[in-house]
Design a protein around this ligand. Structure first.
Ligand code: B12
Ligand code: SF4
Ligand code: SF4
Length: 370
């Protein structure tokens, strides 16, 4: 028979240990299915809003509930790590010379950083559980890539609420939390779910450059720049190429305008997420010349390495096409005969944009600069 006082004391110490390991938020959610979240997941998949992310549909039966994935799970420890930026993520909007990489990808790969901390916390939990006579705890750790609904679990555990942009927003850390989860066989008392604090705000809805929200709290991934630049393997549909602007990896627009970000202040403590200087405002002209070896060297330890050189150069070419900078015609020309047909197609598009579709005010600006 488990002593309830002992498990409550373990829960209390768990939160302290999570904080010591760098987690800004920690809470407990039940491992049972949340019927509403599961039904909304099925609806989203049924509508095809996941686009080419077949892996989202492949294990939907596991994704919809913790116990669907692991029947022995009794509690979910939901965790958040802050990556709140010290700079304005929208500062480079409209810059023709420099590319925009979303904040989450400017430092170390969060998959590695969060996973390492989750494993350390899980090891601590197993050891403490045994030491305190609570038996051998079963644990499984997840961050991002597993069939786990991290946002609804984060909300159920009281970390924050799913905002109208669909990400988890926290009263203390704004929209800048990475999420992770530990499923465990230990039966912790669940925390209280967080309520919605979006109110009448709709800043994220109007900020979206591609109109990716069919309704508040719903995202059509097929229209989202994050999906188009990171997940989509083929050419980006023509209708979205202009809207990409100079975003070459992910997008922060809906997160960056969230008023709750003003409470987010402690990411500096997570040194791993301090942006690498060369990724804050990289020059398009330099990125366009990267070959496979150069790409791997530049993005070693970064999440960007996951998309590979070809998809990355494809994105840089769309940004070049949107730059209005004729100085980029040379590097674009060099990619017209690229062996990758998607890169070659993007180079043709960029060339046509640079030669024929230069905005009048850009022409004027360069003329004035001589
Ligand atoms: C697939 C995915 C994507 C896809 C789809 C995004 C999406 N919204 O689903 C794409 C590639 C577009 C994407 C983009 C980004 N992602 Co992403 N992504 C995921 C992933 C792997 C699964 C998310 C998922 O389950 N989607 C399925 C849909 C159905 O779930 P949902 O969004 O929760 O849908 C809910 C709402 O639609 C809601 N709902 C529907 N109707 C209604 C109606 C009402 C009235 C209400 C209240 C609610 C409601 O109910 C649904 C169920 O909860 C998670 C990691 C994970 N394993 O959870 C990371 C994750 C969500 N991504 C993350 C991040 C950081 C991003 C980006 C910010 C990256 C970037 N800068 O480019 C962008 C943000 C774009 C955005 N506005 O969402 C973080 C978010 C952290 C947080 N604080 O929430 C996660 C959790 C990864 C992590 N471990 O930290 N991502
Ligand atoms: S990440 Fe960008 S494109 Fe995607 S929903 Fe948010 S604002 Fe729109
Ligand atoms: S920007 Fe406004 S509506 Fe969007 S998530 Fe933040 S508080 Fe909610």
């Amino acid at each position: 028979m488990v002593n309830p006082a002992e498990i409550d004391s373990l829960k209390h110490d768990l939160a302290a240990e999570a904080a010591r390991l760098g987690f800004a938020a920690c809470g407990i959610a039940p491992a049972e299915e949340d019927a509403l979240a599961a039904q909304r997941l099925e609806q989203w998949l049924g509508d095809g809003q996941h686009g080419d992310m077949a892996w989202m549909a492949a294990r939907a039966h596991h994704r919809r509930s913790p116990q669907g994935l692991w029947p022995d799970a009794r509690s979910v420890i939901a965790l958040g790590m802050s990556y709140a930026p010290a700079h304005d993520p929208l500062a480079l909007a409209g810059d023709g010379e420099r590319a925009r990489i979303s904040v989450y990808a400017q430092g170390k790969d969060y998959h590695d950083v969060v996973k390492k901390a989750l494993k350390a916390l899980a090891r601590w939990l197993v050891a403490e559980s045994t030491k305190r006579g609570l038996g051998e705890a079963g644990v499984k750790v997840f961050v991002d890539t597993a069939p786990v609904m991290e946002k609804p679990l984060g909300q159920a555990a009281g970390l924050g609420w799913q905002g109208k942009h669909t990400n988890l927003v926290s009263r203390d850390h704004g929209s800048w939390l990475f999420l992770g989860a530990i499923y465990t066989t230990l039966g912790f008392a669940p925390d209280e779910a967080e309520a919605d604090h979006c109110g009448t705000c709709n800043a994220c809805q109007t900020a979206c450059p591609t109109d990716a929200f069919p309704a508040p709290y719903q995202l059509d991934a097929r229209r989202c720049i994050s999906y188009l630049t990171i997940e989509l393997k083929g050419p980006v549909p023509l209708e979205f190429r202009k809207a990409l602007g100079n975003r070459i990896y992910g997008c922060d627009d809906c997160l960056a305008v969230c008023p709750w970000n003003k409470f987010a202040s402690d990411a500096a403590a997570m040194r791993a997420f301090v942006p690498r200087a060369e990724l804050v405002a990289p020059k398009l002209a330099e990125l366009l010349t990267l070959d496979d070896t150069g790409f791997r060297a530049l993005f070693s330890g970064s999440p960007i390495k996951r998309i590979g050189r070809d998809r990355f150069i494809r994105n840089c070419l769309y940004a070049a096409g949107n730059s209005g900078d004729p100085g980029l015609i040379g590097p674009v020309d060099a990619l017209l005969a690229d062996p990758d047909p998607v890169v070659a197609d993007a180079a043709r598009w960029a060339k046509a944009e640079l030669v024929h579709a230069e905005p009048a005010e850009e022409k004027e600006r360069r003329g004035a600069e001589g």
